[in-house]
Design a binder for this molecule. Structure first.
Ligand code: ADP
Ligand code: MG
Ligand code: ZN
Length: 481
């Protein structure tokens, strides 16, 4: 019997608002513990929450970018549970009437386009943080994060493999970054994911019993945990057992999932409408206002790159996978508009390789990149007009990254200008030929492959600065004389 895996993801995205969802406290990351708190987010008695309109704007952006239907009147609900990092004893969330439903995210998996449907998107407040390892014999609580706005984005069980889950998460993250509502940083916890996994006999139309795995704080963890869970469930079923519905935790060190709580201990959250908050009414005018404010989304940008710049679909896909990369590409191109494919090669090769090596993840501002895009464009312009060769350009690029100097400065100070002067090249060629009489004879005797050798020698003699096309032409002429 072969099995098919069925996966649904619940994603929590921290919204990039300046202040919290129901009070004016700052959301900034990294402050000393409990600095960003007030009576509202500390859950003191006698205070009332006031909704931050920006949170709704951001949630609407996400809902529209994922093709959701917006609920005109949605409702805040209290999700009740006890935990030391939840001072009110409940989390304000949405339950029966979420802000948005029935959307989808476009995903490419195994070269196939596919829509993963979204069940719902709603807003909620984050809880605080318990710290168990800072002080012996004590647990500490930091409430800076309490009340930070989150979006919960729940997918339908449409995903069929660990790799597809990874693609879905990457597409979703790219979308959230494009619309600038979340920085998408999984390591810092601003994008969190729980994976619901079940298996069923291939061909079956019913779903199997699922487990929910938490504590997945990287793309790798999501994919590994799902793979592990599929494997584990398959082994259980093949040994004649049954999968137990439970919450499991991913242990990143040992690369296994472990049970956390089973259904008997499942939470009963006793949801009810929050009497402190009015229903949220989002009228058509508000929705339209947000819609006109949306930037170009990845799919549209990809199509435009192919159409306007004549780029291969692959290039367009890679370049638009991140908004900052696509912005970088277009800013470079403005400095060198005639050569989109060359600019694309440089961004995909040099720039993305650097981003990868340095693990420059997510919310990066172009200004902090190793080489400003205008400079890269200028450098490519200098290749295009014959000032330097591509090989020299690679070393100039490394220098630009290191020193922050302009390509022109580096080329002048190091004397890297390409030599296209016929007399100088003729002289270098003459020297190389005189030094290698036997090879010249062999070439003339029919060993034409030796041309590469001569070109190499001339390039070496000119420290790589000779114009390669001209060297080729002049060499051929000289050797056929
Ligand atoms: P809960 O509140 O218990 O987490 P939800 O209704 O919010 O339940 O569902 C959570 C997620 O579980 C959704 O992403 C959904 O697609 C997924 N899911 C539901 N049933 C299954 C299943 N049989 N196998 C895998 N995923 C499932
Ligand atoms: Mg859930
Ligand atoms: Zn506060």
């Amino acid at each position: 019997m072969t099995y098919e895996s069925v996966i649904g993801l619940e994603v929590h995205a921290q919204l990039l608002t300046e202040s919290k969802i129901f009070c004016g406290c700052s959301t900034r990351f990294g402050a000393a513990p409990n600095q960003h708190t007030c009576p509202v987010c500390l859950g003191l008695p006698g205070v009332l929450p006031v909704l931050n309109k920006k949170v709704v704007d951001f949630a609407l952006r996400a809902a529209l970018a994922t093709h959701c239907t917006i609920t005109t009147t949605s409702r805040w609900a209290r999700k009740n549970y006890f935990y030391p990092d939840l001072p009110k004893g409940y989390q304000i969330s949405m339950y029966e009437l979420p802000l948005a439903e029935h959307g989808y995210v476009e995903v490419t998996a195994e070269e196939q386009a596919k829509k993963v449907r979204l069940t719902r998107i709603h807003m909620e407040e984050d809880a605080g943080k318990s710290i168990h390892d800072a002080e012996a014999g004590a647990s500490l609580v930091d409430l800076n994060r309490t009340g930070v706005p989150l979006l919960e984005i729940v997918s339908e069980p449409d995903i069929r493999s660990a790799a597809e889950a990874g693609s879905y998460l990457r597409s979703l993250r790219a979308l959230l970054q494009y619309i600038e509502v979340c920085d998408g940083n999984m390591e810092e916890g601003s994008l969190r994911c729980d994976a619901n996994v079940s298996i069923r006999p291939r061909g079956s139309t019913e779903f199997g019993t699922r487990t929910e795995t938490k504590n997945l704080n990287s793309f790798r963890a999501v994919e590994k945990a799902i793979e592990h869970e599929i494997q584990r469930q398959t082994e259980v079923v093949e040994a004649g057992g049954r999968v137990v519905q439970e919450t499991r935790l991913w242990d990143a060190d040992r690369e296994v999932t472990r049970p956390m709580r089973s259904k008997e201990f499942a939470h009963d959250y006793r949801y009810f409408p929050d009497p402190d908050l009015l229903p949220l009414v989002v009228d058509q005018a508000w929705v339209e206002h947000v819609r006109t404010d949306l930037p170009e989304l990845p799919a549209a940008r990809r199509a435009r790159f192919v159409h306007d710049y004549d780029l291969p679909a692959y290039d367009a896909e890679v370049l638009t996978a991140r908004k900052d990369v696509a912005d970088y590409f277009e800013a470079s191109l403005r400095a060198c508009p005639a050569a989109p494919k060359v600019v694309s090669n440089w961004v995909m090769d040099s720039v993305l390789r650097f981003v990868k090596e340095e693990k420059l993840d997510a919310a990066l501002k172009i200004e902090t990149w190793p080489c400003p895009p205008e400079r890269l464009g200028a450098l490519i312009g200098l290749i295009q007009n014959g000032t330097i060769s591509t090989t020299i350009a690679k070393t100039v690029y490394e220098d630009m990254r290191r020193t922050g100097h302009s390509p022109e400065e580096i080329i002048e100070s190091k004397g890297l200008r390409q030599v296209s002067d016929t007399d100088t090249l003729q002289a270098a060629i003459a020297e190389v030929l005189t030094a290698n009489p036997d090879k010249v004879e062999a070439y003339r005797g029919g060993k034409e492959k030796l041309l590469g050798f001569f070109v190499g020698q001339v390039m070496r003699a000119t420290q790589g600065k000779a114009n390669p096309q001209m060297v080729n032409t002049l060499l051929r002429q000289k050797l056929s004389q």
